[in-house]
Design a protein around this ligand. Structure first.
Ligand code: DQA
Length: 149
């Protein structure tokens, strides 16, 4: 069975109460349960991790090498700042699908830049918690394509 890591960055532990007008009322636990259940339904073993610390996220990406088949990453604000996270993804050579609850391109200018996008397979944003389900499907399709290539 293929495996995927759902990796969430800073402030996403506050989902549900954090700016619900932007991020919705779904909690991180609900997002993770949604991913675990969707994983089961498509035959993907899903693990979840969240941290507010850049180094811990980098460690989780390193640890995923050889263990996970891919990563669904919402790096939160580190998306727009972290060359270190971008380098970590490039270093492990695992497919990463970037996800954001909000449509970062329709928001402030500084959110339009994503360092993650440089090394991700693709980006899904603006669909709230459902974006994680779409990202798992996209990752699964990508992994299938790679096998049949
Ligand atoms: C976010 C968008 C980022 O700009 C923001 O810093 C977040 C959440 C999203 O899921 O919409 O923390 O990644």
């Amino acid at each position: 069975m293929q495996k995927a890591l759902i990796l969430n960055g800073p402030n996403l532990n506050l989902l549900g109460t954090r700016q619900p007008e932007v991020y919705g009322s779904t909690t991180l636990k609900m997002v993770e349960d949604l991913c675990l259940n969707h994983g089961k339904s498509i035959g993907l073993e899903v693990a979840c991790f969240q941290s507010n610390h850049e180094g811990a996220l980098i460690d989780a990406i390193h640890a995923a090498k050889g263990v996970q088949d891919g990563i669904v990453l919402n790096a939160g604000a580190y998306t727009h700042t972290s060359i270190a996270l971008m380098d970590a993804i490039a270093s492990v050579e695992l497919p990463v699908v970037e996800v954001h609850l909000s449509n970062i391109h329709a928001r402030e200018e500084f959110r339009h830049t994503s360092y993650i996008a440089h090394v991700a397979v693709g980006q899904i944003c603006g669909f709230g918690a459902q974006g994680y389900v779409l990202a798992l499907d996209a990752l699964t399709a990508h992994l299938k394509d790679r096998v049949s290539e």
